[in-house]
Write a protein that binds this ligand. Structure first.
Ligand SMILES: *Cc1c(COP(=O)(O)O)cnc(C)c1O
Length: 369
């Protein structure tokens, strides 16, 4: 049996008529850049997150960058985040001229360990970016309390957490602002590149809308230096269609996680992810922990099962961040995740039969001498 890691085609086939009609409308109205389809999606997505404002932008990376710029963060400032994320989290900090400062993660949730946060704060610290990794939110209450005490902004990296919840509240409504990616493979994916910022802060929302549009408040009157960070009209229209299905898709992902747990139970060499008491996990990624990850990955590949690794090298050990001067051993839990986590196939259209097959193969490989 062949099981892909992702299957975007299956999802497209299920909604093709609706998507094609919505794209046709954008074309007929020539609403290519920003415009009414993006505005409609912004309203819907802000409401979905339980927040006030959303600004559609070009990508998740750009969303992070624009929020930092919008908060006035730049050269000489420090922003605290985690080393076990996609590199974009740190890149956005670096691109606005600030310095990323890493803290290690909690071993159970794989998200920022609030107990380590305070020690990393200096007089230069301006913001904290917890990452809602794999679809589970960070433990936000203690992070927000510490940030509040030190006057720091909290920016959620919610690029993997569309629809995730923390104590009944949605990702996107937890920090001062939240950044989403609508990269095609994310839980809510566009048909191209797209991202979004969500915030309840009206002034920040206005500033980000200005920054994404060359810093202009009206055409050709530029108040601040911005950039072209607009979302395509087509992506706004596609995302509006897909947003209606997101809760159903996330529910399927949660069902799959349950099936995985049930079928992998008792395999001591494989540790399934933990859903924290505070969380409603939306399983963007279903990562299991195993000490012989590479061997398991290759053996599963030989059985027709495609897996992923998120991420093989923590950010502080990437060549691009060699100047950070952090040696191996600096963040032991993040480094352990990089060495041991294996992402099993996870997408809404996966079947119980496929999951049974994957688990049967994991068990067979684990039992092999
Ligand atoms: C995908 C992702 C990003 C970047 O989003 P893009 O849309 O690819 O620019 C940032 N942070 C995390 C945690 C992500 O998973």
């Amino acid at each position: 049996m062949k099981v892909p890691f992702l299957n975007l085609k299956a999802q497209y086939d299920a909604i093709a008529d609706e998507v094609q009609q919505s794209i046709g409308e954008v074309m007929a109205n020539c609403a290519f850049s920003g415009g009414p389809y993006v505005e409609k999606f912004e309203e819907e997505f802000a409401a979905f997150c339980g927040s006030r404002y959303a600004a559609g932008v070009g990508s998740g990376t750009e969303a992070l960058w624009l929020v930092l710029l919008g908060l006035g963060i730049g050269a000489g400032d420090e922003v605290i985040t985690v080393p076990n994320s996609f590199i974009a989290t740190a890149e956005a900090i670096t691109l606005c001229g600030a310095t990323p400062v890493f803290v290690d993660i909690d071993q159970k949730s794989y998200t920022m360990d609030p107990a380590l946060l305070e020690n990393a704060i200096t007089t230069r610290t301006k913001a904290v970016i917890p990452v809602h990794l794999y679809g589970q939110t960070a433990d936000m209450d203690p992070i927000l309390a510490i940030a509040d005490r030190h006057g720091l902004a909290v920016i959620e990296d919610a690029c993997q957490a569309h629809g995730a919840e923390y104590k009944g509240r949605r990702a996107g409504s937890l920090g001062h602002a939240a950044c989403f990616s609508f990269y095609p493979g994310k839980n809510l994916g566009a048909y191209g590149e797209a991202g979004g910022v969500v915030t309840a802060d009206e002034q920040l929302a206005r500033r980000i809308r200005m920054l994404r549009d060359h810093g202009q408040s009206r055409k050709y009157y530029h108040n601040v230096i911005g950039m072209n960070g607009r979302m395509d009209g087509i992506q706004g229209a596609v995302l509006s269609v897909k947003l209606k299905y997101l809760e159903g898709w996330n529910a399927r992902r949660r069902d799959h996680a349950q099936w995985y747990r049930k079928n992998l139970s008792g395999i001591t060499a494989v540790k399934t992810p933990q859903e924290m008491d505070y969380a409603r996990h939306v399983y963007h990624v279903f990562a299991v922990r195993t000490s012989n990850r590479e061997q398991m990955k290759e053996a599963l590949h030989a059985s027709g099962i495609e897996c992923g690794v998120h991420y093989p090298v923590p950010i502080h050990l990437q060549e691009a961040y060699s100047a950070s001067g952090k040696a191996p051993g600096s963040f032991p839990f993040a480094e352990c995740c990089a060495a041991e986590l294996l992402s099993l196939p996870m997408f809404p259209e996966l079947t119980e039969h496929q999951i049974q097959y994957i688990c049967q193969e994991v068990r067979r490989i684990s039992d092999a001498p």
